[in-house]
Design a protein around this ligand. Structure first.
Ligand SMILES: *Cc1c(COP(=O)(O)O)cnc(C)c1O
Length: 356
C-alpha cells in the first residue's frame, strides 16, 4: 500500500506531475531545452520574488549549498546554525577547505540577532550562511529582522537555505537582499527529488569572479555563465525529466496563487499546532514556528516508531525526531499539495491509534 507522506521531504507528488516525468527526451542543446529552462526560470522568479538570475542544478538542495559556500567565499564564511541543516553548511565549508566559523544556538531557538551583528561587525567575514526553515527543529528564522542587520554590511554575501520552505511561505528574496537563495524540488514545491534551484545576485556574481577555486560541477558562476552564453542551457546534461515536471508544476503553483498557497500552509500549520499544544508540546520557540512542518515534543512518552508503524498500516507516514531528537520528538510535515483535509485525516488516525 502506498503511504501518504507527511514527512519533510520527499512529499506527495500528484499523478499528473509524476506523468510529466515520463515525457519523451529532447536534446539538451536544442532550442526546446533553452525554452524549457527559460520558462522555469521566469516562473521561479515569481515564486522567489526576484529579478536576479535563476540557476538550476541536477543535485538535491545540498549540491547548491555546497556550491554556494564554495563559490561565494573569498575571505571567510560565518555559518549561523540553529539545527542539523545549519551545521551542514559548516561541514561543507570545512570539507572544501573554505575558511568558516560556526555560530550555534540551542536547538528550538532562532538565530540570535545580536550575535549576527556582533560577528559581522568584526569585518572578518564576507559570506553569511543560514537556514530559513530548520527542518530538524521546526523553527523558521525571522529573516526580515535578520535582513535588517545584514544590510548594514554590504560586503557580505547572504546565502539562505530555503529547502523546506520556498513555495510554502513568503520569502521575498530581493526585498530581503538574499544573494543566493536555494531550494530543492522535493519539499514545498511538490516535485520528485533530484533537482535544486537558486537565485544568484549581481553581488554574488561579482564575488564569485574573485574566488579562484570554485570547484567544477557545483560552480555557481559556471552555471550562470552557461545561461548567458548558451541562452538558458546547462553546462552538462540536466535532468530533463525533472524540468518537464517542474515547468508543469510551477504553472499549477502560480495558478493556485501564491497568497492562497501560503494561506493553505498556514491553516494546516495552525491546525497541527493546536492539536500538538492540546496533547503534547511544541518543540520550537512559539515566536518562530515553521509554516511547513511541526516538530512535536514527545511529552507523553509514546513509542514514535510504533506509532509510525501503525500509521503505515493505514497508509500514512510521519517523521521521527531528527538525529538526537529521535523518540524525543516527532515531526508532521504539512507542505506542498497537502490539504487541511489530509492533515485532519492524519490527526484523526493518530488520535485513534494513541486513543487520545
Ligand atoms: C531537506 C533539507 C536539506 C537537504 O536538502 P536535499 O535536497 O535533501 O539535499 C537542506 N536544508 C533543509 C532545511 C532541508 O529541509
Amino acid at each position: 500500500m502506498h503511504k501518504k507522506l507527511f514527512i519533510p521531504g520527499p512529499v506527495e507528488v500528484t499523478q499528473d506531475v509524476l506523468y510529466k516525468m515520463a515525457t519523451p527526451m529532447i536534446g539538451h542543446r536544442s532550442k526546446e531545452a533553452s525554452d524549457l529552462q527559460r520558462r522555469i526560470s521566469d516562473k521561479m522568479r515569481k515564486i522567489f520574488y526576484t529579478k536576479e538570475e535563476i540557476l538550476l542544478s541536477t543535485t538535491s538542495g545540498s549540491g547548491l549549498m555546497e556550491g554556494a559556500v564554495r563559490t561565494c567565499t573569498a575571505k571567510r564564511a560565518a555559518i549561523f546554525s540553529i539545527g542539523a541543516f545549519g551545521k551542514r553548511w559548516y561541514e561543507m565549508a570545512a570539507n572544501n577547505n573554505v575558511p568558516a566559523d560556526l555560530f550555534e544556538v540551542e536547538w528550538g531557538k532562532a538565530v540570535d540577532l545580536k550575535e549576527v551583528d556582533k560577528v559581522l561587525k568584526t569585518g572578518k567575514y564576507d559570506v553569511i550562511c543560514m537556514t530559513h526553515n530548520e527542518t530538524s527543529t521546526g523553527v523558521m528564522n525571522p529573516v526580515e529582522e535578520i535582513a535588517f542587520i545584514i544590510k548594514k554590511y554590504p560586503e557580505v554575501v547572504w546565502c539562505l537555505d530555503t529547502v523546506s520552505s520556498m513555495g510554502g511561505t513568503r520569502i521575498e528574496v530581493d526585498k530581503l537582499g538574499v544573494d543566493v537563495c536555494l531550494t530543492s524540488s522535493q519539499k514545498a514545491l511538490a516535485l520528485p527529488p533530484g533537482m535544486a534551484v537558486c537565485s544568484f545576485s549581481e553581488k554574488a556574481i561579482e564575488r564569485a569572479k574573485k574566488v579562484k577555486f570554485r570547484g567544477y560541477y557545483l560552480d555557481l558562476l559556471s552555471l550562470y555563465n552557461y545561461i548567458q552564453k548558451k541562452d538558458y542551457q546547462y553546462p552538462s546534461t540536466p535532468s530533463l525529466s525533472h524540468m518537464f515536471a517542474m515547468d508543469y508544476q510551477l504553472d499549477k503553483i502560480l495558478k493556485e496563487g501564491l497568497e492562497n498557497r501560503y494561506r493553505r500552509h498556514k491553516e494546516m500549520a495552525e491546525y497541527v499546532r493546536g492539536w500538538a499544544r492540546e496533547y503534547f508540546e511544541l518543540y520550537a520557540d512559539e515566536r518562530y514556528l515553521s509554516n511547513t512542518l511541526t516538530n512535536i515534543r514527545n511529552t507523553r512518552n509514546i513509542n514514535v516508531a510504533n506509532l509510525n508503524k501503525e500509521l503505515g498500516k493505514r497508509g500514512f507516514q510521519i517523521s521521527n525526531g531528527y538525529g538526537k531528537l529521535k523518540e524525543k520528538a516527532f515531526r508532521i510535515a504539512h507542505m506542498a499539495e497537502c490539504t487541511l483535509d489530509d492533515v485532519k485525516e492524519l490527526i484523526y488516525n493518530i488520535n485513534d491509534i494513541l486513543r487520545l
